[in-house]
Design a protein around this ligand. Structure first.
Ligand SMILES: [Ca+2]
Ligand SMILES: [Ca+2]
Length: 91
């Protein structure tokens, strides 16, 4: 059996610190939610597709800020719906 020594600078909170750093650095987190989760229920499903399709048709997607701009090109259109559907299909 191999026994590995912990590095001399081992920090018990290393993983927590890494997670916190990732959260601090997370643009989606600060924008208010999961990318693609338009209704903010922490699930991405057909309800979000309906909302996204509706806001594109009505040209009123500002309320979703960048949460609904799935491909990140700064505009809301059918490409974002396709990206959202793909996320749902891929589970
Ligand atoms: Ca949702
Ligand atoms: Ca887009």
């Amino acid at each position: 059996m191999m026994v590995y020594d912990l590095p001399s600078d081992y920090e018990p909170n290393y993983l927590n610190n890494q997670i916190q750093a990732a959260l601090d650095d997370c643009a989606e987190c600060s924008s208010g939610g999961l990318s693609g989760d338009l209704n903010g229920d922490w699930a991405i499903n057909v309800l979000d597709v309906v909302l996204l399709a509706g806001c594109i048709l009505n040209e009123d997607c500002d309320q979703f800020r960048n949460v609904g701009d799935l491909n990140g090109d700064g505009v809301y259109n059918v490409l974002d719906i396709v990206a959202l559907v793909n996320i749902i299909l891929e589970g």
